[in-house]
Ligand binder design. Structure first.
Ligand SMILES: Nc1nc2c(ncn2[C@@H]2O[C@H](COP(=O)(O)OP(=O)(O)O)[C@@H](O)[C@H]2O)c(=O)[nH]1
Ligand SMILES: [Mg+2]
Length: 281
């Protein structure tokens, strides 16, 4: 179990709660302290006028705060922030403090494998059916990584609503072993991105600037492809990335990547997590 300092989360939640209910908490204080300052012939206890009222003025907000904590259970989110904790869509929606990182892309690009690698698990065993969140603690920052099935575009639309960070994965071919660069795969990626943009255009006014990573995955397989087709692949994806960046903002980065550990120039998955943490700061 990773060490994770939750104290700052408790403080953050307390501040949010106090701000949200500031009227209920501070109006009684204002009224009682106003009454306590009135009048000249008021009783003096221990040299302080209306000491009993002042005690009430200070203890009432505290009591109200305690009652709010009992009723609203604001700290329940912290219990869920545990390394590896798996969350369904409703639980993900209830996270207010943890940045949500969505991993989107066509089916078989390697989304689930990437997420698993953050937990030092090997390749994905089964197909992703639903939207699933998983908590990752990286360098004392909690992240909620959200996986989806690439076959269902409405999953991507659903997770887009939640995103604080987007990881878009693309590849040269649907296959996990073929070195052949498939042109139709690149046009499928274009279509996928167009659908994502249309959805954002249709639904949000202020969602256009989201930090992101544009990951071209399965680099291990293109190393032996003909030099020309490799260059064409890179230049096509760099162009698609440029359009992506124009749309989603400057806080984005293009990376050529592989999930395969035995690949010589492998960027470690921890570097990807570093970039995500930097992006959500
Ligand atoms: N060669 C190669 N295969 C990969 C890589 N990443 C994932 N795969 C394989 O591609 C297939 C689909 O991966 P998966 O993570 O399930 O894709 P998802 O549908 O996007 O979640 C699996 O057989 C993985 O083992 C990679 O970087 N290189
Ligand atoms: Mg998957």
């Amino acid at each position: 179990m990773k060490k994770f300092n939750k104290l700052n989360l408790y403080i953050k939640i307390l501040i949010i709660l106090i701000k949200k209910y500031s009227r209920i908490i501070f109006i009684p204080f204002g009224i009682i302290s106003f009454i306590a300052t009135l009048g000249t012939t008021t009783p003096t206890i221990l040299g302080i006028k209306n000491l009993h009222l002042w005690i009430a003025a200070f203890s009432l907000p505290l009591a109200i705060l305690i009652i709010l904590i009992i009723i609203k259970k604001p700290f329940s989110e912290i219990k869920k922030i545990k390394e590896g904790e798996i969350l369904n869509i409703d639980e993900i929606k209830n996270l207010h403090l943890t940045p949500k990182i969505i991993i989107i892309g066509l089916s078989n690009v390697g989304k689930t494998t990437l997420i698993n690698s953050f937990f030092h698990e090997r390749f994905a065993k089964s197909r992703t059916q639903n939207i699933e969140g998983r908590i990752k603690i990286h360098k004392n920052q909690a992240l909620c990584l959200i996986d989806m099935s690439g076959e269902q575009i409405y999953h991507a639309y659903q997770v887009l609503k939640l995103a604080n960070f987007i990881v878009l994965m693309v590849d040269h071919s649907e296959s996990h072993s073929s070195k052949k660069i498939v042109l139709s795969r690149q046009s499928d990626v274009r279509d996928f991105i167009e659908k994502i943009k249309d959805n954002v255009d249709g639904n949000y006014d202020d969602k256009k600037s989201i930090p992101s990573l544009f990951i071209v995955n399965k680099k291990d397989l293109w190393s032996e492809s003909a030099e020309k087709s490799k260059e064409a692949l890179q230049s096509n994806y760099k162009n698609i990335y440029k359009e992506w960046k124009n749309y989603f903002g400057d806080k984005s980065e293009y990376i050529e990547y592989t999930n395969k550990n035995d690949y010589d120039e492998k960027i470690s998955s921890a570097v990807i997590l570093d970039k995500i943490c930097e992006g959500v700061k």
